[in-house]
Design a protein around this ligand. Structure first.
Ligand code: ATP
Length: 351
C-alpha cells in the first residue's frame, strides 16, 4: 500500500495549459476524487500519474518513490477506464487473470489472486462466463477485479461508471464504495459528477482550468466552498450568490444587517447561501427579508422555489406541503452560521 504525491505538475498541449502547476497528496488507503467540469485537466493528471503521459515539469511519487521517469508497468498502479475494456473473447476468469499473466505470475498466484479479487467483487460465481453473458454492472466489477488482482499500490479510475445507465450507476456507486473500502487500496478517481464525488470520496480535489482550487473533505467543500466556482459547481441546485451593499463591516439586505468576517475590497459583497439554508415564511419574521416567488417546482421530497430579490434570483427548498404560488411574497430568514461571504471581484471566500 502507498500514497501518491504530485508536485507542481505543468502540462501543455500546444498552447493549451492543461495543468497549471498542480500539487496534490493522496494518503495511503485514501479514496480521493478529482472533480471538475469537462476540460479542466482531470484525465491529464491521472494519465501523468499512470505514466501514460509526461508532464512538462513536476514530479510524481508513488509510495514515496519518485516514479516520474518510470514507464507505466514499473509504477505498481492499475487503471480502470471509462469504457472498462473487458476482453470479449476471454472468460471472466481469464479477464481477471490478464494482468497477472502479463506479469508472468506463477499458476498458483494467478489462481489465488483471481479468487481473491473475484470474492472481493462478489463475482466468484461468474468466473466461467464471457462478458456478453454479463450485465453492465457485472462487467464493471470484472474490470475492477482485474485491476485489483495485480495488487496495485494505487488504483486509478477514470469515470468508471459513466457508461452505465442512471439506475445502475446509482447502484454501482454504493457497491463500489463498499467494495473499495474492503480492499483498502489507495484510489484516485476522476469524475465530473459532483454527487458521485460527494458520495465516494474521503477527500475531493476540485479542479478548474488546470488548477486544484480546493482540496478537502466533502462536507467542508459543500459547506465552505473556497470560491464562487466551487459553490456554484457543487450542490444541486448550486449555492445562491446574492450581491449586497456593504456599510462598514456589515452587509445589508433591506432592513436586515449581517456582520461580515472581513471587509471586502469594494462596496459590495456576495452572500453565499445554500437553498436549504434559507427558511421561508409566509409572514414577516425577525431577521428576514422579502422575496417574490417566481416558480414552484414539486420535486418529491421537497419543493424547489425560485424567488426574486431586487432583480436577483434565488433558489430555496421548502417541505413538500409548504404552500407557495407565483406572485406571492415570502420572507426568507438566512440560517445563522450557514452564511458564506465572498469577494465579488475574485469570487474568493472572505475569512
Ligand atoms: P473530461 O471530463 O471532458 O474528460 P478533463 O477534465 O479530463 O475533461 P482533460 O482531458 O485532462 O480534461 O483535458 C484538459 C485540457 O487539455 C483540455 O483543454 C483538452 O482539450 C486538452 N487536451 C487533453 N489531451 C490533449 C491532447 N492529447 N492534445 C491536445 N489537447 C489535449
Amino acid at each position: 500500500m502507498a500514497g501518491i504525491r504530485v508536485e507542481n505538475i505543468v502540462k501543455l498541449f500546444g498552447k493549451v495549459r492543461a495543468l497549471n502547476g498542480v500539487s496534490l497528496e493522496v494518503r495511503d488507503q485514501e479514496f480521493v476524487v478529482l472533480l471538475g467540469p469537462s476540460g479542466c485537466g482531470k484525465t491529464t493528471l491521472l494519465r501523468i500519474i499512470a505514466g501514460l503521459e509526461h508532464a512538462d515539469t513536476g514530479r510524481v511519487f508513488i509510495g514515496g518513490r519518485d516514479v516520474t521517469a518510470l514507464p507505466p508497468r514499473s509504477r505498481r498502479i492499475a487503471m480502470v477506464f471509462q469504457n472498462y475494456a473487458v476482453f470479449p473473447h476471454l472468460t471472466v476468469y481469464e479477464n481477471i487473470a490478464f494482468g497477472l499473466r502479463m506479469q508472468k505470475a506463477s499458476p498458483e498466484r494467478v489462481r489465488a489472486q483471481v479468487d481473491r479479487a473475484a470474492t472481493l467483487m462478489h463475482i466468484e460465481g461468474l468466473l466461467g462466463r464471457y462478458p456478453a453473458q454479463l450485465s453492465g454492472g457485472q462487467r464493471q466489477r470484472v474490470a475492477v477485479a482485474r485491476a485489483l488482482a495485480v495488487e496495485p499500490e494505487v488504483l486509478l479510475m477514470d469515470e468508471p461508471l459513466s457508461n452505465l445507465d442512471a439506475l445502475l450507476r446509482l447502484e454501482m456507486r454504493a457497491e463500489l464504495k463498499r467494495l473499495l473500502a474492503e480492499s483498502r487500496t489507495t484510489t484516485l478517481y476522476v469524475t465530473h459528477d459532483q454527487v458521485e464525488a460527494m458520495s465516494l470520496a474521503d477527500r475531493i480535489a476540485v479542479m478548474s482550468t488546470g488548477n486544484v482550487v480546493q482540496y478537502d473533505v466533502p462536507m467542508k467543500i459543500y459547506q465552505e466552498p473556497a470560491d464562487t466556482f466551487v459553490g456554484g459547481f457543487i450542490g444541486s441546485p448550486p449555492m445562491n450568490f446574492l450581491r449586497l451593499p456593504v456599510e462598514g463591516a456589515q452587509a445589508k439586505i433591506q432592513t436586515l444587517t449581517l456582520d461580515l468576517p472581513a471587509a471586502p475590497q469594494g462596496r459590495e459583497v456576495l452572500l453565499g447561501v445554500r437553498p436549504e439554508d434559507l427558511e421561508a415564511h409566509p409572514q414577516p419574521q425577525p431577521q428576514s427579508f422579502p422575496a417574490e416567488v417566481l416558480v414552484v417546482e414539486p420535486l418529491g421530497p421537497h419543493l424547489l422555489l425560485t424567488l426574486a430579490y431586487e432583480g436577483q434570483h434565488l433558489k430555496v427548498t421548502v417541505p413538500p406541503d409548504f404552500e407557495a404560488r407565483p406572485g406571492q411574497t415570502l420572507w426568507l430568514r438566512p440560517q445563522p452560521g450557514r452564511l458564506r461571504w465572498h469577494d465579488p471581484g475574485s469570487g474568493e471566500a472572505l475569512t
